[in-house]
Ligand binder design. Structure first.
Ligand SMILES: *Cc1c(COP(=O)(O)O)cnc(C)c1O
Length: 380
């Protein structure tokens, strides 16, 4: 019976043609992998910090889990011999109520990167294009190419803003999905309401626009729209949110999309089944119930951000007005050197070819970063 598909007998897969070519199995090269993988960089995690270093390289929340959130996760740990609730029903209904949207519009996944990957699998394949600003979140080109689709990076403006006009111009009949990262990772720049609405109204209705709001809780600029207000009347707009940043559940892998039903239903098809563990589901529900306490911590991080930004500007740095839990130094090719100086002083930061991203973390770590920045500035 080996190799026989029981589904074929029941007719369930009657349209599913069995391949007649059998590979010889004698190739010295080993299994044939998809050539598209050759050009894909492996996702680089932020450098881990040793016991005596501060990790300011992955935009994590520096606070320990709230007691109630930890207890909710631990309770679920007692039954991890069972699969989680595949429908993620309690979390979906709490989210639907929290945002005033139909529960069918919520689709969860293994972090919002997992949801973003499902969105691409649902919309784009070989020959299709995915447009995003660059530099932006480094997962976008990776998950696009994994699906076999073509990334279309559109350079940020000089000041780190999305160039929405250039992104519009980059849309072709092959475009299936556009990512808009608000605020942008790694620069922290935001897009204001009028500009984003004008963009959304100009994008063809058959192109899905994904507004990635991983850092929305850190925004204090009142001109930045809430994507959930924008998606309601626009069937081609989807909002991406995560529990990894402000909510402090990065290690549990849970994120979600808010999208109209055809898109949300497609996400339920392309997501890895049972991807969100029961620990993650319970912790996310408990986080939403503990939102007030969590948001007090976010306020403290926003205050720290103000202290760091003011400190850097006083040192003479010109930096974008970050609305996220990180700051950006556009150091260009001196970025690795700066990251090494930070590591030497006990803080891990994230260098990119264009600059260095530094997360707002514990006050002591932020202060060390500020003193490294001051010394480095003087050497420029
Ligand atoms: C961190 C981040 C995410 C969230 O990642 P998770 O998979 O939810 O941990 C999504 N988008 C952007 C822009 C991010 O910076």
């Amino acid at each position: 019976m080996a190799g026989e598909r029981t589904g074929a007998r029941t007719g369930e897969f009657s349209n599913w043609k069995r391949s007649t070519t059998v590979s010889s199995g004698t190739s010295a090269q080993g299994p044939r992998l998809r050539p598209t993988l050759d050009g894909i960089p492996t996702y680089k995690p932020g450098k881990p910090a040793g016991a005596d270093a501060y990790k300011l390289s992955s935009n994590e929340n520096p606070y320990e889990p709230l007691p109630g959130v930890l207890a909710a996760a631990v309770e679920a740990a007692g039954s991890f011999n069972r699969y989680p609730d595949m429908g993620v029903s309690e979390l979906a209904s709490v989210l639907a109520e929290r945002f005033g949207v139909p529960v069918e519009h919520i689709a969860t996944g293994t972090g919002s990167v997992g949801v973003a990957q499902s969105l691409i699998l649902a919309t784009a394949g070989p020959g299709d294009e995915v447009v995003f600003a660059w530099r932006s979140f480094e997962a976008y080109p990776i998950i696009t190419q994994v699906a076999g689709a073509t990334p279309v990076p559109v350079p940020l403006r000089e000041n780190g803003d999305h160039d929405l006009d250039a992104m519009l111009a980059a849309i072709t009949p092959n475009t299936r999905l556009v990512f808009v990262c608000n605020p942008n990772n790694p620069t922290g720049n935001v897009i204001h309401r009028a500009e984003l609405e004008r963009f959304l109204d100009a994008v063809p209705g058959d192109v899905l626009v994904v507004v990635d709001e991983a850092y929305i809780e850190f925004i204090r600029d009142p001109e930045v729209p809430n994507g959930i207000d924008l998606y309601r009347d626009r069937p081609n707009v989807c909002v991406l949110r995560t529990f990894s940043k402000a909510y402090g559940l990065a290690g549990l892998r849970v994120g979600f999309a808010v999208a109209h039903e055809p898109v949300a239903a497609a996400l339920r098809k392309t997501a890895v089944p049972f991807g969100v563990s029961q620990l993650a589901q319970n912790a996310a529900v408990a986080s939403l119930r503990a939102e007030e306490a969590l948001l007090v911590r976010v306020d403290a991080l926003v205050e720290e951000r103000a202290r760091v930004v003011a400190g850097l500007r006083a040192q003479g740095w010109e930096i974008p007005d970050s609305q996220a839990n990180f700051v950006w130094l556009g150091l260009g090719e001196r970025s690795p050197e700066f990251a090494a100086a930070c590591a030497e002083a006990g803080v891990m930061v994230r260098p990119f070819p264009e600059g260095v991203r530094v997360s707002i973390g514990e006050a002591d770590g932020n202060s060390i970063f500020l003193s490294v920045a001051e010394a480095f500035r003087k050497s420029l």
